[in-house]
Write a protein that binds this ligand. Structure first.
Ligand SMILES: Nc1nc2c(ncn2[C@@H]2O[C@H](COP(=O)(O)OP(=O)(O)O)[C@@H](O)[C@H]2O)c(=O)[nH]1
Ligand SMILES: [Mg+2]
Length: 317
């Protein structure tokens, strides 16, 4: 199989992407998202590692919550604020957007048109159509995030939906936010699905008026009291009150994000994502084969993938 970008061409694309060039980075991502991208992916991540791009210091931030809560709008505001404050940093946003394969556009489209200079090298937007589940992470999301971590200090992942998606995103995120609207009744919904235990922090957006903000804060913090019994420090997670309309709370939110450090152990993440991939492609049989491998060593996802496929091939010999 031929790989579209290899050798010097790949090196070139990587170095341009690292400088914040949007088109080369978009090309790398598109190539990663192709169903037959394994050979390319292997080369890409090898090359990145050789060039010293580990992504180890990058922070991944999940933004989840019901459609319409204002996730995209907030990310737009955060971007604007980011451009004015964090001068030495770069951020990327991946929106996993079930509507983009229908409309051909992105929910972030409005936002980018609204306020962000497209030539700005410190910010990158990407929307990924979710192919399998509505609003869920698609099979390539993880690899795209891995790539973005190599070039950006902050990588935001926006997903739509309630339930499983939040959990999937939180597994990839150093910090995950649940975005809600005041008095929306979501709080009860989320409680029921056990989702309140997943996020590290909450955002009550659309707090356009102070009285609304106060009432909502009270309701949510009371609802979250039960987490005191579960959380190690006996505290409830931070709650941010924001309004895209009045710009309330945006700076505080960004400051908080910038103060956080990566917490996800990348080795465990690789194993977790490997398990997820094996389960979806090969089911329980695959998992038992994977279980026979000595996965205590540190290897790249691709090296594990090769080992696993070799093992599977042996079974069918
Ligand atoms: N009044 C008000 N409207 C907002 C606020 N944030 C977002 N919206 C509006 O809510 C709608 C949905 O926002 P969007 O960012 O697309 O939500 P998402 O589906 O969570 O990404 C849009 O019409 C926004 O203009 C806010 O703080 N106050
Ligand atoms: Mg959105």
């Amino acid at each position: 199989m031929t790989v579209r970008f290899a050798g010097n061409e790949l090196k070139e694309l990587i170095s341009e992407a690292a400088q914040g060039e949007k088109y080369p980075l978009a090309k790398l991502i598109s190539e990663l998202e192709r169903p037959d991208s394994f050979e390319f992916r292997k080369l890409l991540f090898q090359e990145l590692q050789n060039a010293g791009f580990t992504g180890e210091r990058s922070l991944t931030i999940g933004f989840t919550g019901t459609p319409g809560a204002g996730k995209s709008s907030l990310l737009g505001e955060i971007s604007t604020s980011f451009l004015n404050t964090a001068a030495d940093k770069k951020m990327a946003v991946v929106a996993i957007d079930p509507s983009s394969h229908i409309s051909g556009g992105s929910l972030l489209g409005d936002r980018t048109r609204l306020s962000l200079p497209t030539r700005e090298r410190r910010i990158f937007f990407r929307s990924q159509p979710s192919q399998l589940e509505l609003g869920g992470l698609n099979p390539y999301t993880y690899h795209v995030i891995r790539l973005l971590r190599c070039f950006f200090d902050l990588v935001f992942v926006e997903t739509v939906g309630i339930g499983q998606n939040e959990i999937e995103v939180s597994k990839l995120s150093d910090l995950s936010f649940l975005v809600m609207v005041p008095l929306g009744g979501d709080q009860i919904q989320f409680m029921k699905s056990g989702i309140m235990e997943v996020p590290n922090a909450f955002i009550l957006n659309k707090c356009d008026e102070e009285s609304l903000a106060r009432a909502s804060y009270h309701t949510l913090s009371t609802t979250l009291e039960f987490l005191k019994d579960i959380n190690p420090g006996g505290s409830i997670p931070p709650i941010f009150l924001t309004s895209v309309k009045t710009k309330k709370g945006i700076t505080e939110l960004l400051d908080f994000i910038l103060s956080q450090r990566p917490v996800i152990n990348r080795k465990s993440e690789t194993i977790l994502q490997l398990n997820k991939w094996v389960k979806s492609e090969y089911g329980n049989f695959g998992l038992s084969v994977l279980g026979e491998l000595q996965i205590s060593e540190t290897k790249s996802f691709e090296d594990w993938e090769i080992l696993f496929k070799t093992e599977i091939a042996k079974k069918f010999k």
